[in-house]
Design a protein around this ligand. Sequence first.
Ligand code: SF4
Length: 207
Amino acid sequence: MKNLNKIVERIKEHYPNPKIEIEFKNPFELLVGLVLSARCTDKTTNKITKELFEKYPTPKDMDKAEIEDVNELILSCSMHNTKAKNLKKISKILREKYNCRVPDDFEALVSLPGVADKTANMVLSFGFNIPAVGVDTHVLRVSNRIGISNSKKPKDVENDIKDSVKQDDWIVFYAGLILHGRYICKAKKPLCDECFLKDICPKIGAV
Ligand code: SF4
C-alpha cells in the first residue's frame, strides 16, 4: 500500500499514547467495561461501572452477587439482562478456572460468554500490553478509507493490519485509529480538510 509507512508514523505522532475511553484499573474492570460497552456509550459504561465496582470489585464478589442486583446496577445499559447473565457467568468461570484472574490468552478470552474477538484483543492489548489488534467500527472504517484493508469483515481487517504494520506498532496504531475515527475520520462527515493525513490518504469511499 502506497504511503503506509508515512500513515503509520503520523498516526503514532498524533496519538503517541492512545488510551481507550473506558475507565479501568485492572484487566477484570477492563473486561467488564468492554462487555458492558457493546451498543452502549463509553460515558454511560463508565458511569455504570463506577458503582458496579464499588459493590463488586472482583470476580469473586461478582460471582457471589445476586443477578437481580447486577441487573439493577447496569439497567441504563442496552441488553442489560443478557449482559448481567454474562457478567455472572464470566465471574464464575474466572473464579473457578482462573483463580479469579483474567486470562492473558486469546482462546481463553473468546471462550467467555459475551466476549468476541474485538473484546479479547482489547483486553490483551490494553490490559496486558500484549500485541493485538482490536477492530471496532472506527478501526474498520478508517482502515478502509486509508486503504490498509478493503474488507468489511473485522477479522480480515485485523489480519490486514497485522500483515502491514510491524508488531511493535499494532497497539499504538489501532488505538490511534479508534481516536482518529471518533474525532476526525467520522462516519458521516469525515473532516478531511482538517486531517493530518489529507495529503497522503487515498480517502477511499470518504468523498
Ligand atoms: S483524509 Fe479524510 S478519509 Fe483520510 S483519514 Fe483523514 S479524514 Fe479520513
